[in-house]
Design a protein. Sequence first.
Lengths: 145, 152
Amino acid sequence: MDPNRLSQGQLVAALGAIALFIISFLPWFGISDVLQVQGTALDESYSIWEAPGNTFDFFLLILVLVALVPPALALLAGEGEGGPMAPIATALLGGVGTLMIIYMLFDPPAGFDRKVGLFLGLIACAAITVGGYLSMQEEVGAERY
Amino acid sequence: MTNGRLSQGQMIAAVSAVVLLVAMFLPWVGVDAPEAPQVPEGIQAPPGAAGEDTTNDIWEGSSLDVYLLITAVLALLPALLAVSGSAEEFSFASAATFLLGAVGAILLIVYLTIDFPDGAERKYGAFIALAACIAIAFGGFRALQEESAGGI
């Protein structure tokens, strides 16, 4: 395995995807000050996998796979880019994911608080988008020269 | 209208996007209320004994709404650009339409099978949206094929 096989964009997208996968298990939403046991407020928090009625977890899984597969192919199998659509897919899905998290930041599910995972997830999604965009530009540059 | 500028795939995606936008306002999730109790003739059932069936669309209580809105707008983009006469400026539209439509269909299948609220009933809006997403993905794929054939 030679990390130098990866382009800068692929590297940024892959690191963002790994970070996003880890962050998906952190608390994203929480309910606080609702449960009281012997006068003590209990905080209940949910990762994106546990949040009720939320399909965003599967979207994040697809995004992580789309961002990770081309660099993994380049590292393991020695293939160049993982197909011409790979950078577009990474940038597009990363951008949509970023927009969806921004929307959730402003309008969290009814009765839930925002937790740290939501903010870190936004940064990781933005990193994937930037990585995909850089890959697209690198590909255009490679075609030109 | 400028149908001549739109390819068949772009037309399929645009029409499906309109269907998807309409489907987002149809009932997706429903809860059937219990039937009214049998009471003797001439006696009124107490108020609230028989609840009303309630239905919700996708805008209430799901994170899918934003995703489907972005998908529909992107699928409509080539048609809107063709009307304004600047269709060539957005060359990634077909690939993006195919990708977002396909992922949208996967997410809707997951929503209908795994993530659906317990005790609720699936309504026709969700199935129409699923069909629209599949059609958007097909339209995007078709447009991609037409573009590559045109390039050769």
